[in-house]
Design a protein around this ligand. Sequence first.
Ligand SMILES: *[C@@H]1O[C@H](CO)[C@@H](O)[C@H](O)[C@H]1NC(C)=O
Ligand SMILES: [Cu+2]
Length: 159
Amino acid sequence: MASNQLVILAIAAILLPTIAMATDYVVGDDSGWTINFDYQAWAKDKVFHVGDKLVFKYPVGKHNVHKVNGTVFKDCIVPPENEALTSGKDEIELATPGNKWYICGVANHCLSGQKLSISVVDGAPAPAPGEHNSAPSSGFHVFMAVIVAVVAIAVGYPN
Ligand SMILES: *[C@@H]1O[C@H](CO)[C@@H](O)[C@H](O)[C@H]1NC(C)=O
Ligand SMILES: [Cu+2]
């Protein structure tokens, strides 16, 4: 096997888990996007990474989704209705790190707690000590790269 193929394989081994790792989060899980749900509790034990997706699920017309800033979030200042996402299955990719805020603009749902605030982090997952994280660590990437390199060398050397 040519050495450039080996390099490509090794790079793929490092990058692939990163790509496959992107997580789709259905906001509220089975409850979906609704009133009478504690979205801060839902978000509390989750680590959102750039590339992950939020999926807001709700019956069309019953709720909507506005991405807002921290001030609007806190005071529930509902933006114009035509700025809302309304599909009933609104997918929002977390494209940048930082704090993100989402509210429902229907009636007084935001004031009733239909609001979600999350913090998005960049880069590889860094599990807190003692905490389980389902995403592979960067150590895992190195491990994968070594495995692939060893296999590639074993396969490639007869040439
Ligand atoms: C938040 O958004 C509102 C409405 O778009 C805007 O008036 C306000 O200036 C923004 N606040 C900050 C801190 O960006
Ligand atoms: Cu609502």
